[in-house]
Write a protein that binds this ligand. Structure first.
Ligand code: DON
Length: 329
């Protein structure tokens, strides 16, 4: 994709998206995790991180909200870094479920398979795989430090959110033990569930999510710290997973509308990757019925449309009759 954008154009479109969506009152905070119900519903922020590491932001981009399911992205990347993408495909899967994020039926329909690391079942299985297996503290350190390298900044668990999640995660416990029954949990089940719950309880800002998205967009090199975080070959793998299931049963609608691989969380955050171009993030707590932020979706869809960011656009790559064919080495 050949896309020519200048920073002022991106800044203008971000501000436009913010102004258009700011007063939208659709959706409702998640309330099945009590902490999330109490986060101010009017918070709203949008951030873009460019390949040179510059951050363009508008609104509440410094507020630390629950990362929730967006954490499935870094853990899937870490699992793929540790084991290779093929092993993750074999042991977890890469199929869209077309069902809610916490679906037990999806596990049964996929012949006992967790489907993909981007739904709860696959994310818990991914946590179980993270090395060093059997060592809760060391596994947690690996997950947290990997996210910190992706964002280029420190992050911390929101203790009240972690408590709130741990006290109410009965469905996830059922998923964990059902997977254990099928041999799809690769470490102690309760340890794996706790890691998943902890990673969902991390506080993250829209700025940090935008840097994470930009690191993925840049083939694993963090554009702010310039550190190589993961192998470039994993960018097409993680973006393929995001494109197939990032918004659960609404993923097709999202991809049809924007053409962007993205991942949502019930904390209200969305991370979107424009490979080779930029990382985007938006945050607003009220969600639609599938658990995706209403305002963040609308804002990112506006940006994707105005800047023609969709991956399936055909207008950017122009092949002319005179296009030179590179000489063979
Ligand atoms: O497992 C859960 O229910 C939450 N900790 C995370 C769910 C979530 O964010 C779904 N995504 N939109």
């Amino acid at each position: 994709m050949i896309l020519k954008l200048d920073k002022q154009q991106i800044r203008t479109v971000l501000e436009e998206a913010y102004a258009r969506c700011k007063n939208d009152t659709q959706g409702k905070n998640a309330d099945y995790i009590p902490y999330l119900a109490g986060v101010p519903a009017t918070l709203f922020g949008i951030a873009a991180c460019l390949p040179d590491g510059e951050l363009l932001t508008v609104g509440d981009t410094d507020f630390a909200f629950g990362i929730e399911s967006v954490s499935k992205v870094p853990t899937a990347l870490l699992a793929m870094s540790q084991y290779g993408a093929d092993t993750i495909l074999r042991q977890i899967g890469a199929d869209a479920t077309g069902l809610p994020f916490n679906s037990i039926m999806a596990i049964l329909l996929e012949n006992d398979h967790p489907s993909t690391p981007l739904v709860n079942a696959g994310a818990i299985a991914a946590c179980s795989m993270i090395r060093p297996t059997g060592q809760s503290d060391a596994k947690w350190k690996a997950i947290k430090e990997f996210i910190e390298t992706l964002t280029g900044s420190r992050i911390a668990v929101i203790d009240e959110l972690y408590r709130s999640e741990s006290e109410t995660n009965f469905n996830n416990r059922s998923i964990t033990w059902l997977l254990r029954n099928y041999g799809r949990i690769y470490d102690d089940p309760e340890l794996s569930l706790d890691l998943y719950t902890r990673q969902c309880s991390l506080g993250i800002t829209a700025r940090q999510l935008a840097v994470m998205a930009a690191t993925i967009a840049s083939g694993g090199v963090n554009p702010v710290t310039h550190l190589k975080v993961f192998d470039a070959a994993l960018t097409p793998k993680i973006t393929a997973l995001m494109a197939t299931v990032g918004f659960y049963e609404h993923t097709g609608d999202w991809l049809f509308t924007t053409g962007l691989p993205a991942k949502s969380g019930v904390g209200g955050g969305i991370l979107a990757v424009v490979p080779g171009v930029m990382g985007l993030a938006a945050f607003a707590p009220p969600l639609d019925e599938a658990g995706n932020s209403v305002k963040a979706q609308k804002a990112l869809a506006h940006i994707a449309d105005r800047l023609s960011l969709g991956l399936f656009n055909t207008t950017h790559g122009i092949v002319t009759e005179t296009a030179a064919v590179p000489a063979e080495a």
